[in-house]
Ligand binder design. Structure first.
Ligand SMILES: Nc1ncnc2c1ncn2[C@@H]1O[C@H](COP(=O)(O)OP(=O)(O)OP(=O)(O)O)[C@@H](O)[C@H]1O
Length: 451
C-alpha cells in the first residue's frame, strides 16, 4: 500500500481483517462505508495497522498462538478487536482466554452482517475514546510532573551546569543514580565517562585500590598496575553511592582528592592529577554518622558544596499514573506483553500505600503485575498487594480517587481553565484550588494536552 493510499484510507472508517477471508464479508462491510484491509496474521505491514481502528480477527485453534503474538505487538494496541469464531472454537480454552484478554467483542461464524456492523460501530466509538497516553518522555528517562519533582529537576539542572561536587540525599529507590546521570548529562563533561560505584558493595580491603588504583606488587595478588575508578573517570563524573559506607582510610584519600585534585595509587608515591567530578549520594543522615564518628566531618563539608534532596514517592503520589504508564510501556516492550492499564482498585490502593522502596518498588511491582496479569487490567493481586497490612481503608481511598478523577476530568474537558472546571463540578474556585493542591494536580498539564 502506497503512502497516498494510506492517507486516503485514513479519511474513512478503517478496518483490518486478519486471517482466512470469509466469502462476501469484506464487500458487505465496504458497502456499509468501511474501508477494509485484508491481511494474514504473519504480515505485520505497518501502515495499514496504523490506519485501522477496528480489527476482525479470525481465530481458530490452529492460529491461536499466531494471533496472540500479533495482539501483543505494541503497533496494534490501538485497534479494538472483534474475534470471529467457529461455534466449536468457543469451547477451546486457549481461544477463550485470547478473546477475553484482547478482544472488544466476538461473533460466531457464519457472521450476521447487521450484528457485526453494530459491534464494529461500537468498537469504532470505543477506539475514539482511547485517551492518548501522556508521553512527556522525560529528560534522561526521568518521569514526573509533581511540583516537588519539577523543583528537584530544576535544582539538578542548575548544579549540572556548575562544575561543583554534589551530595544527593534520598531514600532508597528514589532515583539518586538517575539524578547523578542527569547532572552529568547537563554538564560540560557530558561526552566524557560517567562511572557509578556503590561504596557499600565494595569489599573493605579492596576499596582503596578500586577507587584510587594500585601499583604492581602493592599487595599480595597485585600482579600488575591497576587504574582505579577516579583515574578512569578523568574528564568525567564519578557517582559514589552509599558514601556513608566508605571505610575510614578511603575517606582520607577522598578528602585529599577533593582538596587537591590528586590521588596516589595504592603502593605508589607519585601524586597524580585527575580531573573528575564527584557526585555522592547517601540514604543515611551523614550528620548522625559524624556524631557516631563513622564519617569524617571535613569530608562531609567538602562533599556537600551543593546538597540536593530527592522527595520520596509518597510525597509525589500524583506522579503514580505517569510513572506507572512509563514502566508498563518499558516492560511491555521488553517482554513483548500487551500494555495493560491499572485497575481503579489498584490505583486507589497505590495512592494510599507508603512506598517504602520508592520508585524502584513501583517499577518492580509493575513488572511483576505485567507478567502475572491474567485479565485486561493490572489488579492489586497481580502486583503483589495481598496482605491485610498493605490494604488501606479502601472506602477512604476510593473516595479520594473519585475526587481526583472528577478534578482531572473537569480540567481536561475545560482545557485547564480552573474557573470553568470549578463551575462544572459545583465548587467554589477557592475549594477547587485547595483540592488541586491536595491531589498535586497542575492545571498546566491540561492546557498542554489541548495544544
Ligand atoms: N523519576 C523517575 N522516572 C523514571 N524512573 C525512575 C525515576 N526514579 C527512579 N527511577 C527508576 O527507579 C529505579 C531506582 O532508581 P535509582 O537506582 O536511581 O535509585 P537510587 O536512589 O540510586 O537507589 P539506591 O539508594 O537503592 O541505590 C531505577 O530503575 C530508575 O531508573
Amino acid at each position: 500500500m502506497s503512502r497516498q493510499e494510506c492517507s486516503r484510507v485514513g479519511a474513512a472508517r478503517c478496518m483490518v481483517i486478519v486471517g482466512v477471508p470469509i466469502l462476501g464479508l469484506a464487500e458487505g462491510l465496504e458497502q456499509a462505508g468501511w474501508h477494509v484491509l485484508q491481511t494474514s496474521c504473519d504480515v505485520i505491514a505497518f501502515a495499514p495497522w496504523q490506519q485501522a481502528s477496528v480489527g476482525l480477527l479470525r481465530i481458530t485453534r490452529l492460529t491461536v498462538g499466531e494471533c496472540r503474538r500479533l495482539l501483543m505487538q505494541g503497533s496494534t494496541s490501538h485497534i479494538r478487536w472483534i474475534a470471529l469464531l467457529d461455534p466449536e472454537e468457543r469451547e477451546d480454552l486457549r481461544v477463550r482466554a485470547l478473546v477475553d484478554d484482547f478482544c472488544f467483542d466476538f461473533c460466531t461464524v457464519p457472521v450476521p452482517l447487521l450484528r457485526l456492523l453494530s459491534i464494529a460501530g461500537h468498537a469504532y466509538g470505543m477506539a475514539g475514546l482511547r485517551v492518548p497516553v501522556l508521553r512527556p518522555l522525560p529528560v534522561a528517562g526521568f518521569v514526573g510532573e509533581h511540583p516537588a519533582f519539577l523543583g528537584f529537576l530544576e535544582d539538578l539542572s542548575r548544579v549540572g551546569a556548575m562544575d561543583v561536587t554534589v551530595l544527593l540525599h534520598g531514600e532508597t529507590g528514589t532515583g539518586k543514580e538517575l539524578a547523578a546521570r542527569f547532572i552529568h548529562d547537563c554538564s560540560a563533561r557530558a561526552k566524557s565517562p560517567f562511572f557509578s560505584v556503590n561504596c557499600g558493595s565494595l569489599a573493605p580491603n579492596l576499596v582503596q585500590s578500586e577507587l584510587f588504583g594500585n601499583e604492581k606488587g602493592a599487595f599480595t595478588g597485585a600482579h600488575e598496575r591497576r587504574v582505579g575508578y577516579i583515574e578512569a573517570t578523568d574528564g568525567g563524573t564519578l557517582f559514589l553511592d552509599e558514601i556513608g559506607d566508605m571505610p575510614a582510610e578511603a575517606q582520607v584519600s577522598m578528602l585529599r582528592f577533593l582538596q587537591e585534585g590528586t590521588i596516589i595509587r595504592l603502593g605508589g608515591s607519585k601524586h597524580l592529577k585527575v580531573d573528575a567530578r564527584i557526585v555522592a549520594a547517601t540514604h543515611v543522615d551523614l550528620v548522625q554518622s559524624i556524631r557516631e564518628r563513622t564519617f569524617r566531618e571535613d569530608l562531609y563539608h567538602r562533599l556537600r558544596v551543593c546538597q540536593i534532596s530527592i522527595p520520596p514517592l509518597r510525597e509525589r503520589l500524583s506522579d503514580l499514573p505517569l510513572l506507572s504508564a512509563h514502566f508498563i510501556r518499558k516492560y511491555a516492550d521488553k517482554f513483548g506483553l500487551p500494555e495493560r492499564h491499572l485497575s481503579g482498585e489498584a490505583l486507589a490502593l497505590m495512592q494510599a500505600y507508603p512506598w517504602p522502596g520508592n520508585v524502584r518498588e513501583l517499577e518492580n511491582r509493575i513488572c511483576q503485575g505485567l507478567i502475572m496479569a491474567r485479565g485486561r487490567v493490572l489488579t492489586p493481586a497481580d502486583m503483589g498487594f495481598e496482605g491485610p497490612a498493605e490494604s488501606p481503608d479502601l472506602l477512604r481511598v476510593q473516595r479520594g480517587a473519585g475526587e481526583k478523577t472528577s478534578l482531572q476530568q473537569s480540567l481536561s474537558i475545560n482545557g485547564g481553565d480552573c474557573a470553568l472546571a470549578a463551575h462544572e463540578i459545583g465548587v467554589s474556585r477557592a475549594t477547587f484550588y485547595r483540592l488541586l493542591a491536595k491531589h498535586g494536580i497542575s492545571p498546566r498539564q491540561f492546557r498542554k494536552d489541548l495544544s
